[in-house]
Write a protein that binds this ligand. Structure first.
Ligand code: RIB
Ligand code: CA
Length: 311
C-alpha cells in the first residue's frame, strides 16, 4: 500500500523538485498539495504548484490555496533567492488546471477526519501556517496524523534568513511552536542536512542529461536557485532543501539523526524563529523530534535523478 501524504508547500524551485520527486515515486500517494505564502505570495505559490503538477503530467492531483500570511505576523518572502515568480530559471506555461474551491486548511481537516487514523503523513516544506491553523481549528485531527516530515530549522548551520533562524520557521514561529508542541511524531530536516546536498555542476548536468522537459526544468531551476547561495556561502552549489523530506520517506537509511527536544523561540530579540535543538541532551526536556544531522549526498542525488527520469 502506498504511503499517503499531503505536501504543504511554498514553491519555490526546491519545493518544485520535492513535488516532482513525490509524483515520480509509486511508494507515495499524494492526496493533495496545499499551498502557503512563503518564498513568494500565495497567489504565486498556488499557481506554481499547478505548473509543477502539469509539468509532471499529473493534473489529477488536487491543489489547494491556504493561508496568505503568518498567524500573528506580517509575511516575509524570499524573492531575492527564488526570483519574482518563485520558479525563475525555467520558462513554463501558465497552468490550465484549476485550484480546488476548498481552502487548504479545510482540506487538511476534512482529509484527516476521513482517512483512517494514523495513515496520513504531512510533509510541510514551507512556513507551517496551514498545518498550525488546521490544528488550532480542529484539535481532534492532531492525534490522527501519522507523522510530520518537515523541512525547517537548523542547529549547527544556525540561520539563513537571520543569524539565528531558518526561513520556514522564521516566517511563522507561532505556527512552528504549535506544530513542535503538538505531540505528533516529527521528522525534522534542518539546514544541517540540506547544506550537505549541494547542486554541484555535475549534479545539474545529470538533470540536463535526462533530455526531458522535467530534466530541463530542474536544471534551469537549480542553475537559477544556486546563484544566491554560492555568492553568500562561496559554496560549490546551492542546498536542495525540500526534496530531502521526500527522500527520507523513500529511503530513510540515506539519513542519520537523533531523537531530541526541539523548542521554537518566539520572543527572542535576536533569535526569534530559532529551533533550539537540544542535540547534546542538556535541557532535560522530553524528545519531540527525530532531528536529522547527516545525509549520503551522492545517494540522495542518485535517487532523485533516477526518479525524475521516470517523469
Ligand atoms: O530555508 C529553506 C526553506 O525556505 C526551503 O523550504 C525553501 O523553499 C524556503 O521555503
Ligand atoms: Ca519551501
Amino acid at each position: 500500500m502506498p504511503q499517503k501524504i499531503i505536501i504543504d508547500t511554498d514553491p519555490g524551485q526546491d519545493d518544485a523538485v520535492a513535488i516532482l520527486l513525490a509524483l515520480a515515486s509509486p511508494e507515495l500517494e499524494v492526496l493533495g498539495i496545499t499551498c502557503v505564502a512563503g518564498n513568494v505570495p500565495l497567489a504565486r505559490t498556488s499557481r506554481n504548484a499547478r505548473v509543477v503538477c502539469e509539468l509532471a503530467g499529473r493534473v489529477d492531483v488536487p491543489v489547494y490555496a491556504g493561508c496568505d500570511g503568518p498567524m500573528r505576523r506580517s509575511l516575509v518572502t524570499a524573492e531575492h533567492v527564488h526570483g519574482k515568480t518563485g520558479l525563475d530559471g525555467a520558462d513554463l506555461p501558465d497552468p490550465t488546471m484549476p485550484l480546488q474551491p476548498t481552502h487548504a486548511v479545510e482540506f487538511l481537516i476534512d482529509t484527516l477526519r476521513a482517512e483512517p487514523a494514523g495513515t496520513v503523513t504531512l510533509v510541510p516544506i514551507g512556513p507551517l501556517t496551514n498545518i498550525a491553523s488546521a490544528f488550532e481549528r480542529a484539535p481532534d485531527i492532531i492525534s490522527r496524523v501519522q507523522r510530520i516530515v518537515l523541512m525547517g530549522g537548523a542547529y549547527f548551520e544556525v540561520g539563513n534568513i537571520t543569524p539565528a533562524a531558518e526561513f520556514n520557521i522564521y516566517v511563522d514561529p507561532e505556527a512552528a511552536e504549535i506544530v513542535f508542541r503538538s505531540g505528533v511524531p516529527l521528522v525534522v530536516v534542518p539546514l544541517d542536512v540540506t547544506h550537505k546536498v549541494l547542486t554541484t555542476p555535475a549534479r545539474i548536468d545529470a538533470f540536463r542529461a535526462l533530455g526531458t522537459p522535467v530534466g530541463d526544468a530542474v536544471a534551469g531551476w537549480t542553475d537559477f536557485f544556486e546563484r544566491f547561495d554560492m555568492a553568500k556561502y562561496g559554496s560549490d552549489g546551492a542546498p536542495l532543501h525540500d526534496p530531502c523530506t521526500i527522500a527520507w520517506l523513500l529511503r530513510p537509511a540515506l539519513f542519520a539523526g537523533r531523537e531530541i527536544n526541539v523548542e521554537i523561540e518566539t520572543e527572542g530579540r535576536f533569535t526569534t524563529g530559532m529551533t533550539v535543538a537540544d542535540w547534546w541532551g542538556v535541557s532535560g526536556r522530553a524528545a519531540n523530534a527525530l532531528f536529522l544531522g547527516n545525509v549520503d549526498a551522492d545517494g540522495f542525488y542518485a535517487l532523485l535523478t533516477e526518479r525524475l527520469a521516470r517523469l
